[in-house]
Design a protein around this ligand. Sequence first.
Ligand SMILES: Cc1ncc(COP(=O)(O)O)c(C=O)c1O
Length: 408
Amino acid sequence: MYIPSWPCLTSSQLHFRESQRPLPFPLEAASRKYFYVARNGIYHLFRALGLASHESVLVPDYHSGNETSAMRAAGVNIRFYPIRRDLQPDFDALERLCGPETRALYVIHFMGWPQPMHGLLEFCRARGLLLIEDCALSFLSEFEGRPLGSFGDYAVFCLYKTLPIPNGAVLLQNRGHLRTLEDFETLNPKRISVLSRSSELLLESFRSRFPRAGAMLAGIKAAAGSTLTALSIERERVGNIGFDLDKVDTGMSSLCHWLLPRFNYELIRNQRRANFQWLDERLRGKVNLLPLSLADGVCPLFLPILVEDKKAVAADLTRRGIGVVELWNEGDPEANGPDSEDALFLRRHVLELPIHQNVSEAQLDYIAREVTRRVRSTVRLRVPSPAPVAAEEPMSAREPVSLRAGPC
Ligand SMILES: Cc1ncc(COP(=O)(O)O)c(C=O)c1O
């Protein structure tokens, strides 16, 4: 078996004619700009906001590090606020940390699940703060029937994490339109960058069907990549590759602009939900899961589990062909203090299992079997008593969705 970590490119999800249906939010929103990766958009947003040197932004201490690097490169003073083990913000700490110099609240919707938007909107409104939503992990997700990214003044989305496209991100301005952002022209990425990542997406699809032959081809592809690097052939990359100021003006490729109107978004969201639900039911009671349930409108990115020895379990499952993802082993060095104990717990113990639209029922079955066999439920999750705002969130209703058979 080989189960890719991320969605891969298959003809079954693509229409060769543009879909007549409206595109999902924010792909038709009025004031949007496409970037190669979301961190480029984050950098340009903060540059355009032009915060004064004494002003600061409240940022969750559980984050990838790529978004904080982009903010730091744009000269932002960051104050980290704690995220608890149930992925909810600590409102008491937010109150304490917010001062007259605070200009904005940066919110990350983790793995597709909405943050408590009523409480956060009220928090910003009462203090005159800008609200910036990071939807890098939550494209296609909704909260109470409204798309994530439509609540804040600004929002950033990463498209290539949910869709099988070689690059792509959106920066959205809902309010307070910034002229410099609107006038800013992005640069085209290099063709070799787009070609290289697109061939990986096709290869992942092939490998999912034919694991042995696919592994051989992946080896050849990796060697070709190393040769390009040895020849100093510069490429734009996606994924966990840090922040590169030299490539910060790069926009989304024309191939992605061509692909976006051709996906069946409803199918993608339903399939992710169905896969999550199926695997969640199989693993519940056997391994430790985060306290997440599939409320209406959530489009899950992964199924997160808690493991004692994350490195060892990740290596073991990867060896068995399961494309687990380790979000996020490290973050900004300043978010490591005693207040960040829960974020550090999440970094040490949360491992993400693939449930994307290309994972077939047979593959889910294999993941469930391997994970229950290999992961002992030894990590105890201390879930804090729910804060009043968290209680506002409907987190239960599950809609039945059918499973599609067949791999990628
Ligand atoms: C929460 C979050 N925000 C922003 C980013 C940046 O996304 P991108 O890879 O598109 O630059 C990432 C991932 O790196 C992320 O996890």
